[in-house]
Design a protein around this ligand. Structure first.
Ligand code: FMN
Length: 332
């Protein structure tokens, strides 16, 4: 857990990740606020290896809420850069998850691959091919701003029922053109986004994709599909997969500690790509077991790090170097 890692030119002081978690606290213009500086800065002081900023919208229409962070205008860069500098000053690597909500957005007029609504949301309008091309360019521009802000890692949000996932899953994509139907067609939008992002994102910094490995629904994405998707992403130069599940439509499934680890492990084993495992990991023993068993390369602790920003420090009294000088007297 405390072993350093390196992907491309980026060093991670340990294997503990804070995954993307929306804070719904940006200004209505999508800019960072003091909350973000405190929230992310505290986890850096707390010893986290990689902090991934919350879903940050590539266009205003792609926000999940009216207080999402944005990366669709130049005015967003300054606040993001300040978060990056704070995290890096306290030795955490810092990434950003860029996102488009698609049919799960907060605006009255939504867009999606097909005109199929998410429950209790307005029916989205089906995107034309020309509009799809425009949205791909927005992801590219977002990646350029993430580079300018100095992030160490960029993550494309392709999970949880947002726009890219809506293209991937046959349950939300009923298109009959080159973006729908076959597996290859449903994957096309994600691969176009990856390619566009790579034009802006530095080749020596890691590129990550977050996937929902399964839809937990009949007729939806299965782990076998996700293994195929992962293989394509690896082939296209994606460095790290963050393996989550669900979110396309409400579904009931068993939420036991580490419930998603098996998906991360399967993708890692079959495809040989580095993975982050996430989902109800709260105990050091479980985190350690996942890593030592080679089931994942990194472990993400979401809600646990909200409750307990100093989780890493508490678990690491002997790791003197990750303890801030100011807190050394509390170490042992
Ligand atoms: C408050 C909150 C906000 C979240 N926002 C995001 C998000 O922006 N992007 C994302 O991919 N996942 C998001 N998630 C999911 C988490 O990243 C994580 O995968 C999930 O909480 C399971 O891990 P945990 O059991 O350790 O909390 C969010 C979770 C929470 C609790």
């Amino acid at each position: 857990m405390f072993r350093p890692a390196k992907i491309k030119e980026v060093d991670f002081r340990n294997r503990i990740v804070m995954p993307a978690m929306c804070q719904y606290t940006a200004t209505e213009e999508g800019c960072a606020t003091d909350w973000h500086f405190l929230h992310y800065g505290t986890r850096a002081v707390g010893g986290v290896g990689l902090i991934i900023l919350e879903a940050t919208a590539v266009e205003a229409r792609g926000r999940l809420s009216t207080n999402d962070l944005g990366i669709y205008a130049d005015r967003h860069v300054e606040g993001l850069r300040k978060i990056v500098q704070l995290c890096q000053r306290y030795n955490a690597a810092v990434g950003i998850q860029i996102a488009h909500a698609g049919r799960k957005g907060c605006e009255p007029r939504l867009v999606a691959p097909s005109a199929l609504p998410y429950p209790d949301k307005p029916t989205p309008r089906e995107l034309s091919q020309e509009e799809i091309g425009e949205i791909v360019k927005l992801w590219k521009a977002g990646a350029g701003r993430a580079r300018e802000a100095g992030f160490d890692l960029l993550q494309i949000h392709a999970a949880h029922g947002y726009l890219i996932h809506e293209f991937l899953s046959p349950l939300s994509n009923r298109r009959r053109d080159k973006y729908g139907g076959s597996f290859q067609n449903r994957l096309r939008f994600l691969l176009e986004v990856v390619e566009a992002v790579q034009e802006e994102w530095p080749g020596d910094k890691p590129l990550s994709v977050r996937l929902s490995a399964v839809d937990h629904l009949p007729g939806g994405i299965t782990i076998e599909d996700s293994v195929r998707i992962a293989a394509k992403l690896k082939e296209r130069g994606v460095d790290l997969l963050d393996v989550s599940s669900g979110g396309l439509l409400p579904a009931s499934f068993n939420l036991a500690p580490g419930y998603q680890i098996k998906y991360a492990a399967k993708i890692k084993e079959e495809v040989g790509i580095p993975v982050i495992a996430a989902g109800l990991i709260t105990k050091a023993e479980l985190a350690q077991e996942i890593l030592s068993g080679g089931r994942a390369d990194f472990v993400a602790l979401g809600r646990e790090l909200l409750r307990n920003p100093y989780w890493v420090l508490k678990e690491a009294p002997l790791q003197e170097q990750i303890w801030p000088r100011q807190y050394q007297r509390a170490r042992l």
